[in-house]
Design a protein around this ligand. Structure first.
Ligand SMILES: Nc1nc2c(c(=O)[nH]1)N[C@H]1C(S)=C(S)[C@@H](COP(=O)(O)OP(=O)(O)OC[C@H]3O[C@@H](n4cnc5c(=O)[nH]c(N)nc54)[C@H](O)[C@@H]3O)O[C@H]1N2
Ligand SMILES: Nc1nc2c(c(=O)[nH]1)N[C@H]1C(S)=C(S)[C@@H](COP(=O)(O)OP(=O)(O)OC[C@H]3O[C@@H](n4cnc5c(=O)[nH]c(N)nc54)[C@H](O)[C@@H]3O)O[C@H]1N2
Ligand SMILES: [Mo]
Length: 770
């Protein structure tokens, strides 16, 4: 059977029943097992004990907030945080010898897991035109090469600067400053594929791109929705917050096509009771929804609330708040009453009584929060879905008060901060005006390219230069084959990276690997030891400072790389003190403090325990959107329907990966072991499609008139997902996501809704169950 390049072969697949609880002793033991395999015991201890402590390392995992300094546990990290940090702190190294032994085309046939396991990158490497190998290059020559490409472009808009959300605030600020001083807004980032839909909908309705809740709000809410997210795997410390909320009397409603372990029960490994007891039941109510049914769900709840107000006028809706703080209520309400129950039930797959019970819980609650992540944002109608969630919150005044609000749960540890620092292809004019005033150059005003439009522009031959600050662009992006072909049209591609990944093997004519310090490592510059800062999902900005000896003496920090490149390229054309920035990151923060509202006096305030809480105007009753009020919206009903014989496929994360980087082939909570090439299908659909457990199938995605897209050789696993829906892991399935299948308005790839058929292929092996 032909294998797609870079895919891990199927090992012996074993399927066990999905777990009914998350975390607890096995989780900690599992993390330590991984740590000991990758690094020495001493390095593990050093990194873990300072993780998420004041003055220590911010976990490079998710963006969940830390408890206030006095309330932190000595081990304020989760199993997965421990894995991520140790993945970076590994003692394995790759340098010139490795690249002499492995050509680029050979590396291109290796799996994501294998590439990552080779260890830390240690020296700058170049692949020259016509060559199939990376060879060493000095930093000096690497910067010359990059600068000469950049200065020979016909237009700065032929260059693209990608950022992944692990980059610090300071590195992100320097990157966008460099791009804009050069003359382009081409600043795509991972957020374009992550929470772009949230940003768009929240800007429009509440006048902020960010969430409005703090940890304290969560602890004091009395009803919390967890919609389209899998916190047991992706935000394990959120479970501690939910546990605390429950102790304070909150009820929790989980909405998901999969009964995820962390949503059901949680054993807190940091509490003795969690180690021995049965743990806390997290979700009081589980809504087993069809993929993409959330818009209809919230439309249904909203309609019921409006009708309840009809029969008990003045008792259900927050009339005063609606009057004083919002606009558009009448149009919204008139429209909401037209949504048909038959449609709502078909789209959600839920019963009407289930939705009525939710209405009753909402009416019995004074403080409601809605949390959401990729299960909401990666859909064609993601923006209307989030607008409808905002309608829901506004109806009973559940924004701007303690214990209430909108909580888009961010992914990468600093994805939100990168946006605050100006990583956005369409930064508003007031930010650009401030840059102009501060640095005396005229930033470009035309919007640049986001991630999807970058690939489109490459395909049209409009991009010559691509540089990435962290990340794995070709694997994170949709339509892998299309994206890879597009990337190869560039004259030069360069990656500032800690570890090897597939993006290094998909090269422009010339390609550079620029190895950099990770978050765990000491960063010493001309003016002494430096720290950097990050912003979490709750808009708290704080420091992070590594302790470990750098993986190689040849590594430069991200900021050094960017400042040296900017200096070489711009050659004094803008009045920006790149040298000073490199020597003392405090100088970067001084400038940021003049540009970003809320970060005044940045250097002094950020080192205080707990850091800086950025203000959120919504909580002051101020809405910075076009209408100056919280906006109710009327959203057209939409539902996803796969044609007869097809399923709606969502692509998601296993318990043992960091985005594009699988650590092992296991997904412990879901009971999948030994292979990632599995497709989870409802047992009734397995039967209806004439398939059987363990059968080998190709996943074939059908999109408009396009030729079929195919991901080869997956195994069918009967699994309690909703009827008509299926799930398989990212990034192996990105090949199936059509580039043009994007969310309306936000242009975010629809990675949670791909129409597929399962085509049986011949194969001898069968699945064992145990
Ligand atoms: N360990 C670990 N932690 C991570 C990451 C990682 O890779 N590994 N990645 C980080 C990043 S960048 C991000 S963005 C976050 C992602 O965090 P999540 O959003 O939790 O990540 P996914 O695995 O994509 O899971 C999506 C969840 O939404 C559900 N879902 C899918 N479609 C729908 C739908 O239509 N409706 C509803 N209601 N639910 C749906 C899925 O069943 C699944 O539970 O995690 C961050 N944290
Ligand atoms: N089909 C499908 N596609 C998706 C998603 C999905 O759910 N389904 N999710 C989307 C989402 S939410 C996201 S956020 C994107 C993720 O997209 P990216 O952020 O681009 O991808 P990552 O896998 O997080 O990047 C991992 C690489 O980052 C580098 N790295 C790690 N730490 C550091 C560091 O400290 N500095 C530097 N310079 N480099 C570092 C390493 O080289 C590593 O190989 O993928 C998106 N793509
Ligand atoms: Mo993300």
């Amino acid at each position: 059977m032909k294998k797609a390049p870079g895919e891990e072969p199927n090992e012996a697949l074993t399927v066990t029943p999905p777990k009914k609880w998350a975390a607890g002793v096995p989780a900690v033991a599992h993390a330590l097992e991984y740590s000991l395999e990758e690094t020495s015991v001493r390095r593990t201890g050093e990194t873990l004990l300072t993780m998420n402590q004041v003055g220590g390392i911010d976990c490079p995992g998710c963006a969940w907030a830390d408890p206030s300094p006095g309330d932190r546990h000595r081990n304020e990290y989760c199993e997965n945080g421990a894995k991520h940090i140790n993945d970076e702190a590994t003692s394995r190294r790759i340098g010139a010898d490795f690249f002499r032994e492995h050509t680029v085309s050979e590396l291109g046939r290796r799996s994501d897991k294998w590439l990552n396991q080779q260890g830390r990158l240690t020296e700058p490497m170049v692949k020259r035109p016509g060559s199939d190998s990376y060879e060493p290059i000095s930093w000096h020559d690497a910067f010359d090469l990059l600068a000469s490409e950049l200065t020979s472009l016909d237009s700065p808009d032929e260059a693209v600067f990608y950022t992944s959300g692990r980059a610090s605030n300071e590195a992100a600020f320097v990157l966008q400053l460099f791009a804009r001083a050069l003359g382009t807004n081409n600043l795509p980032d991972c957020s374009n594929m992550c929470h772009e839909s949230s940003g768009f909908a929240l800007h429009e309705t509440l006048g902020t791109g960010k969430g409005t809740v703090s940890l304290d709000d969560l602890h004091h809410a009395d009803l919390i929705f967890v919609v389209g997210q899998n916190p047991g795997t992706n935000h394990p410390r959120q479970l501690s917050a939910l546990e605390e909320a429950k102790r304070n009397g909150a009820r929790i409603i989980a909405v998901n096509p999969l009964p995820e372990a962390g949503l059901l029960r949680f054993k807190n490994p940091q509490k003795p009771s969690g180690v021995i007891g049965k743990g806390t039941q997290i979700a009081d109510r589980f809504l087993h929804i069809r993929n993409g049914g959330d818009l209809a769900l919230f439309q249904g709840i909203n309609r019921l609330l409006l009708e309840a107000e009809d029969s008990r006028p003045g008792e259900v809706l927050a009339r005063d708040f609606i009057e004083s703080d919002t606009k558009g209520f009448e149009e919204f309400a008139a429209h909401a009453r037209t949504i048909e129950w038959n449609d709502i039930l078909a789209a959600t797959g839920l019963g009407r009584e289930e939705i009525e019970q939710v209405r009753d819980e909402v009416m019995g609650s004074q403080r409601v929060i809605v949390c959401w992540a990729m299960g909401i944002t990666q859909h064609k109608h993601a923006v209307p879905t989030i607008r409808e969630i905002v309608n829901f919150l506004l109806l009973r005044g559940n924004v701007g008060r303690a214990g209430t609000g909108a909580c888009p749960v961010r992914g990468h540890s600093n994805v939100q901060g990168d946006r605050t620092m100006g990583i956005w292809e369409q930064m508003p004019d007031d930010f650009l005006d401030s840059l102009q005033e501060e640095f005396g150059f005229d930033p470009p005003r035309a919007h640049g390219l986001d991630s999807v439009n970058t690939i489109r522009a490459m395909r049209e031959g409009r991009i010559k230069f691509f540089i990435a600050l962290a990340g794995n662009f070709v694997r994170a992006a949709p339509d892998s084959e299309v994206t890879e072909e597009a990337m190869r049209t560039c004259r030069l591609t360069a990656h500032i990276s800690t570890k090897l990944n597939r993006s290094h093997t998909v090269c422009g004519e010339t390609a550079l690997i620029l190895p950099t310090l990770g978050r765990t490592e000491v960063d010493i510059q001309a003016d002494g030891e430096q720290f950097v800062t990050v912003e979490n999902s709750m808009s708290e900005v704080h420091t992070t400072q590594g302790r470990l000896k750098p993986a190689s003496p040849l590594l430069l920090s991200e900021i050094s790389i960017l400042c040296r490149l900017a200096r070489r390229t711009l050659d004094g054309t803008a009045d920006i003190p790149w040298e000073e920035f490199e020597a003392d990151y405090g100088a970067i923060r001084d400038h940021i403090s003049h540009i970003v509202p809320g970060l005044h006096d940045f250097n002094r305030r950020v080192t205080r325990p707990g850091g800086i809480q950025l203000p959120n105007a919504v909580n002051e009753g101020v809405y910075h959107n076009d209408v100056g009020k919280a906006l109710f919206t009327a959203n057209d009903f939409a539902m996803l329907q796969a044609p007869e014989g097809h399923l709606l496929l969502q692509t998601l994360r296993s318990h043992d990966q960091w985005n594009t980087v699988p650590y092992t082939s296991n997904d412990r909570y879901r009971g999948i072991h030994g292979s990632r090439r599995v497709v989870l299908v409802n047992p009734e659909d397995v039967a209806a499609l004439g398939l059987s457990a363990g059968q080998h199938v190709d996943l074939v995605s059908v999109w408009r008139d396009d030729p079929d897209r195919r991901a080869e050789d997956f195994r069918v696993v009967p699994y309690p997902t909703t009827r008509g829906c299926a799930a398989a892991y990212y990034p192996e399935t990105n090949v199936l996501v059509p580039l043009d299948s994007v969310a309306d308005k936000s242009n975010q790839p629809t990675s949670k809704a791909i129409v597929v058929r399962l085509e049986p292929v011949a194969s001898p092996a069968s699945v064992s169950t145990g």
